[in-house]
Structures are given as structure tokens and as C-alpha cells.
Write a protein that binds this ligand. Sequence first.
Ligand code: 3PG
Length: 212
Amino acid sequence: MDNIFEKIRKTGIVPVVVIEDAAAAAALSDALCEGGLPAAEVTFRTAAAAEAISIMKQRHPGMLIGAGTVLNGVQADRAVQAGAEFIVSPGINPGTVRHCQQIGITVIPGTQTPSDMELAVEMGLDTVKFFPAELSGGLAMIKACAEPFTGLSFMPSGGINASNAGDYLAYGRIIAVGGSWMVKKELISAGDFDTIRDLASEAAQLVRKIRG
Ligand code: 3PG
């Protein structure tokens, strides 16, 4: 499990993918890998999510692939069967967290308040998503919460983009940021994988610039 957190920290930016048609998964994963950002959190907001994960994982076995917007244990099972290496949820649902712990898959539940974070700590977690980051107080809120929760690390997403990601990445208690800016739904449906590759490349460069 620790290894997954190391991989997430290493990538620094996790593209949050909403994919309507699994047929686009191969080209999407190629574009992210060519851009030097071989990672994706494929959200279960669409029916194509599990198939897309499976296609990406087979095509790029070294790519870091997680499942996002996982709302229950059944979706977590489907994600793991497809090849997801970690599970992300928008909020903290103890049932989903416990299920993931039982089946031995890394889970990063969403938190927005100190109460959510306290629950995560009580459930034995040391890394949480912070969502929706910009609307919930952004980096200042994360820093304020990091004070009492000395053992927690954060993966913020929601409103993070190329212009503010660097500020988040510079803070050591943030293992990575999530964001859809380089994999916008419109780019995927238009088949504009060149732009996705270029935006992924810029994102990867930003991680290198901030973290070395
Ligand atoms: C998420 O689930 O993490 C968000 O939908 C990503 O937020 P963004 O689309 O504002 O980047």
C-alpha cells in the first residue's frame, strides 16, 4: 500500500478523468504517457469507467491508475477487478472505507472538514482527499487542518488547474493534486489527444519545477 502513496507523490498531479466512451481510453492513456504524466483517476461517474481502466492498464502496465467517485463497495470491487490500484471517493463513507480495507486496496476518501479528517484518522487512514479544494478554503484550509492532524497527508482536487497547482504542490503535506484541466471531457470527446498530451506535458514540467 505504501508503494502506491509513493507512486502518487512521485506523479504529483493526478489527471481526473470522466470518460463517456471506453473506445477513447487507449488514445487517452497514450497521450498521458507521451506527455510524461502516466497516471489517471478514472471516475465512476460514467458507465465506461471500469472498461476504460482495464484498457489503460493493459496497454500501459506501468501507468498509475486509480478509480474516482467510488460511492460504495460494489463499485470498489468493479474498479479493483478492472485493475485500479487505489480508490478515491468524494466524501468519507465508512462503509466504502471499511470494504476497501477488507479487500486490501488503498482508499483515499474525500474530506472537507476537521470532522471528516478525524473520522479518517479513526479509521486508520493517513492520506485523505480534500474536496472541493478551492471552494472549501483551498491551501489555507489544508494548512490550518494539517496543524492538528499531524499525521495526515492531503490530495486536494476541485478547482485546481495549471495556474494554482504549483502553490499546492509546494506544500510538503500534499502528496499530489488531482485535476481535470488536462483531460477535459470536451477534449476527450473531440478526440483532441494532441492537446491532452501537451497539457499533460506542461503539468509534468510543473511538478518537476516545484519538486525538483
Ligand atoms: C474530482 O473529483 O477530483 C474533481 O471533479 C476534479 O475537479 P476539477 O474538475 O475541478 O479539476
